[in-house]
Design a protein around this ligand. Sequence first.
Ligand SMILES: Cc1cc2nc3c(=O)[nH]c(=O)nc-3n(C[C@H](O)[C@H](O)[C@H](O)COP(=O)(O)O)c2cc1C
Length: 148
Amino acid sequence: MSTITLITGSTLGSAEYVADHLADLLTAQGHQANITNQPQLAQLNQDTIWLIICSTHGAGDYPDNFVAFANALTSQKPTLNHLKFAVIGLGDSNYDTFCAAGKKIQAQLLTLGATQLGERLDIDVSITPVPEESAEIWFEEWQPLIND
Ligand SMILES: Cc1cc2nc3c(=O)[nH]c(=O)nc-3n(C[C@H](O)[C@H](O)[C@H](O)COP(=O)(O)O)c2cc1C
């Protein structure tokens, strides 16, 4: 069984709801799931799997609660060779910058040497009224990758 840190970037709460739902699924499978809605790089355990669930705001920007974490990665450039992660982006395809925040954090973690587990999921809220449902379908394919 694995320990997963669910890291949210959210302004309106949708990404947090997705994290809550996935944490429930992980726990039901015997994993340990810890949610952090105010991520601080220094406080995150790099020996856990990071599951980042991040919406996009502004014009392709991170949500406010996610900015300090993303800036710390950019400025401190930690070596993340041992880190495994996955990304779920939430966005609206009516924006040119569809799910840009999820794409940016994925690229940043890969640049720092982390290993991605599975494909990024981009949830288009303009056609997906309940993002948790898309996340659950993705999770069914993703969860075999996290078993020790
Ligand atoms: C002011 C505003 C700006 C947004 N900008 C973008 C954007 O640039 N790209 C995108 O894909 N979605 C954008 N969205 C859509 C949000 O990402 C989407 O509504 C998402 O579900 C919000 O998730 P949250 O509740 O976790 O913040 C924007 C939404 C708002 C309200």
